[in-house]
Write a protein that binds this ligand. Structure first.
Ligand code: PCA
Length: 122
C-alpha cells in the first residue's frame, strides 16, 4: 500500500475521482510550505516553490498496487508529465510523520501557466 497525497482531479468530487474507487480515504491534509499549484487548464500541477509559506491543500488516500499502476498511467509518469515522489506534510496530518507520503509532481515547463496557489477548487 502507498499513502498518496492528491490535490487535483483525484480529490473527492473531482473529474478523476472514479480512479480511486475502492481505495481508502484517510483525511484532508496540507503539504509543508515550499510547494504551490499551477493551472494547466482542466487540471493542476504541483511544483516546488521555495518562497511559498503556505503549502498545498489536498487529501490523503491509501492506495493498493493495482490502483497505483493505473494512476501512474493516468498521470503520464512514463511520458514525463508527472513524477511520483515523496512530499512532506504539515502537522497535524492524518498519518504519522514516519509514514512516507507520495504525490505527483508536475514536470513540464510552466511558461504562461497561471500560479493558483494552495488550492485547486472542485
Ligand atoms: N491529478 C493528480 C495530480 C494532478 C491531477 O489533476 C491529483 O489529483 O493529485
Amino acid at each position: 500500500m502507498t499513502t498518496l497525497f492528491v490535490y487535483g482531479t483525484l480529490k473527492r468530487g473531482g473529474s478523476n475521482q472514479a480512479f480511486l474507487a475502492g481505495q481508502r480515504f484517510l483525511g484532508e491534509a496540507r503539504t509543508s510550505p515550499g510547494f504551490t499549484l499551477f493551472s494547466l487548464g482542466a487540471y493542476p500541477g504541483l511544483v516546488p516553490s521555495p518562497d511559498d509559506r503556505v503549502g498545498v491543500t489536498g487529501e490523503l488516500w491509501s492506495i493498493d498496487e493495482a490502483c497505483l499502476a493505473h494512476l501512474d498511467e493516468l498521470e503520464g509518469t512514463a511520458e514525463g508529465l508527472y513524477h511520483r515522489a515523496s512530499i512532506p506534510l504539515a502537522e497535524p496530518a492524518p498519518v504519522t510523520a514516519d509514514t512516507p507520503v507520495e504525490t505527483y509532481f508536475y514536470l513540464r515547463p510552466l511558461v504562461g501557466r497561471p500560479c493558483i496557489g494552495s488550492i485547486w477548487p472542485i
